[in-house]
Design a protein around this ligand. Structure first.
Ligand code: THU
Length: 156
């Protein structure tokens, strides 16, 4: 029998349309993107992870001359939060922003490996982690949960 998956998500014309806490999170990701270490791709990414206690932990992409050794901004943020606050491993929302070599903000949709990492924390905490992605032309896309971004994810 043929099955079908559909996902719901929201798009906003401007970051100004976001709730104040989400707006602050995307602002944080935008600011930190400028501090990424991306000397090889010249594509910077900023991430801002809000814990359910309100604390915000940032990440940026970290590249390396041995290319596969680098890490995306999303995982840098999540692993930093998990390492620094192991007793508050409970995440409310993750904002992601790209920054191209012309210094313009642009879309950065999380890669598959980041989605796999994100979903493990979401499943573990038992409630959704929202994902807020800056997209082109100042628009924003908001997913209600990581599970929507990775159907049939690996687990054992
Ligand atoms: N990158 C991220 O940090 N997050 C994403 O969502 C996509 C890609 C990084 C990896 C690499 O440093 C650069 O962007 C170009 O792929």
């Amino acid at each position: 029998m043929r099955q079908q998956i559909t996902i719901d998500y929201d798009e906003f014309d401007s970051v100004n349309a976001l709730q104040p806490d989400d707006r602050a999170l995307i602002d944080s990701a935008m600011a930190v993107a400028r501090k990424a270490y991306a000397p090889y791709s010249h594509f910077s990414v900023g991430a801002a992870l809000r814990l359910t206690n309100g604390l915000v932990v940032n990440g940026t992409n970290q590249e390396n001359a041995a290319y596969p050794s680098g890490l995306c901004a999303e995982r840098t943020a999540i692993f930093a939060a998990s390492a620094q606050y192991p007793d508050n491993r409970d995440y409310d929302a993750l904002a992601i922003v790209g920054l191209n070599e012309d210094g313009e903000y642009c879309e950065a949709s999380p890669c598959g490996a980041c989605r796999q990492v994100m979903i493990e924390y979401e499943q573990r905490q038992g409630h959704p982690m929202r994902v807020i992605c800056y997209i082109n032309d100042g628009r924003v896309r908001v997913f209600g949960k990581v599970a929507d971004l990775l159907p049939f994810s690996f687990d054992f």
